[in-house]
Design a protein around this ligand. Sequence first.
Ligand SMILES: *Cc1c(COP(=O)(O)O)cnc(C)c1O
Length: 410
Amino acid sequence: MTETAPPRVRAEIDLAALRANVRTLRAHAPTAAFMAVVKADAYGHGMLPCARAALEAGATWVGTATPEEALALRAAGIDAPVMCWLWTPGGPWREAVEADLDISVSGLWALREVTAAARAATRTARVQLKADTGLGRNGCMPDDWPELIAAALRAEAEGLVRVTGLWSHFACADEPGHPSIQAQLDVFREMVAHAEEQGVRPEVRHIANSPATLTRPDTHFDLVRPGIAMYGISPSPEVGAPQDFGLRPVMTLTASLASVKHAPAQHGVSYGHHYTTPGATTLGLIPAGYGDGVPRHASGTGPVLVDGKLRTVAGRIAMDQFVVDLGGDEPGIGSQAVLFGPGDRGEPTVEDWARAAGTIGYEIVTRIGSRVPRVHMNVDLNVDLNVDMNVDMNVDMSVDVNKAPNSTDD
Ligand SMILES: *Cc1c(COP(=O)(O)O)cnc(C)c1O
């Protein structure tokens, strides 16, 4: 792809927005450290640029699901504390110990793996013990906790591990007021208290994801772990819209119109002919489909901004393309269609697509496929000065600011 060719489809990632979101979230949790959750390629936004931008904006930890993600951060030179929590037997335990990752341990089998790796590496492993306080997913159940704590303390006495954290995860923090939130918090306090009575001295105790960070200050403890909110997306409609919390969407997904043509009335559109033109009209072809992560469940419902007007997906979303009814308008072939973005220009948002597809914003951005190039904007931290002074200042002006110091070659 040359620089001037209009892209078939692309995802612009506004790192100035991401940094602003990190600062805003830190203001919501001023006494807690900030772990930037960048699992699943930073929810589709690109793991490394997002991790770097979050650290520039004051995050002091980075969190991933898998050890492979965490090791990739280390390989790229990120030396901040990195924690990963989704382990399986035979995983890269030794590599993780040697990379000084914080390794989450939810049971005795995992503690055995990590102590064996520490022995082999002749290093002390950093271990965070995970409590299942009610999520019913990963984590150590309260009944098994005393045994895990005792075993971890023995391993600590041998110098094999250092218990750096005690932590848990909420089931329903995205439903403010749900009784399980308080119940989990009570259990967490008890499990932490037991561990500390036995002699565990963690660096950090933590349980808050994005919705808890935004709505429950009493869950912040020593550290918060926001993911979705950092990308400017709401955890759920119940929690509120991103702008209610001063958060700005980071990803904008655009495509170039690949065809505009006239069609007569009663013309079937796309596979299955689930849409038929109500009258003579024009049809626009958007060259992006479920192979790019555009959810097929949004067939007939997904919104797109084309030439300043909101249109709806006509008929089925195919693997590589879908059609919109342009109602007689004739925007130029190659003109930009915006599937979602911050919403400033009247374009749909991630939340609109989540509603259209019957899913959550998390899934919309995370599924954007590897065929879609991520274009990271405002990489340079200096643009924030301008963005903070005038939020209306657009990307192009920020890019000009970036270019100014080294524009000697033109
Ligand atoms: C994904 C994840 C987070 C971040 O959750 P958000 O709802 O995106 O803020 C935090 N902690 C754990 C354990 C996770 O898996």
